[in-house]
Design a protein around this ligand. Structure first.
Ligand SMILES: [Zn+2]
Length: 118
């Protein structure tokens, strides 16, 4: 049995409490979509949520609702683009229920190259 850096008997998201484990109790690798850092362990859904929250926290407190919704959407797209930069704009737009142009704009903001096979 190999010992990877990211294995544990059980992974539990610090935010929502969802967990990943094996029936037999063998060690499991941290799922690809999860993040384990000094801040804690988070599942994909909570990672997205944290990205959106961070964007909202950075916004002025008196930002109108519409502005906050816009920031939140942009943060989610940026999160997905940086998580899977090799995915086509169309695929990411679909995952975020957004438009291809919004994804392309986020990619530009992050200075990420366009995927080769989009
Ligand atoms: Zn979670």
């Amino acid at each position: 049995m190999t010992t990877a850096t990211h294995t544990a008997k059980k992974w539990t998201c610090d935010h929502c409490g969802v967990s990943v484990s094996r029936m037999g109790g063998e060690k499991v690798e941290l799922p690809d979509t999860w993040d384990n850092s000094s801040e804690g362990t988070y599942c994909l859904i909570c990672r997205r949520e944290r990205a959106a929250q961070a964007a909202l926290e950075a916004a002025p407190e008196d930002s109108p609702l519409e502005m906050r919704a816009k920031l939140r959407r942009a943060a989610l797209i940026e999160f997905e683009v940086s998580r899977r930069p090799d995915h086509g704009d169309g695929a990411i737009a679909k995952a975020c229920r957004s438009s291809v142009s919004a994804v392309a704009a986020a990619r530009q903001r992050l200075k990420l190259p366009a995927p080769t096979n989009s």
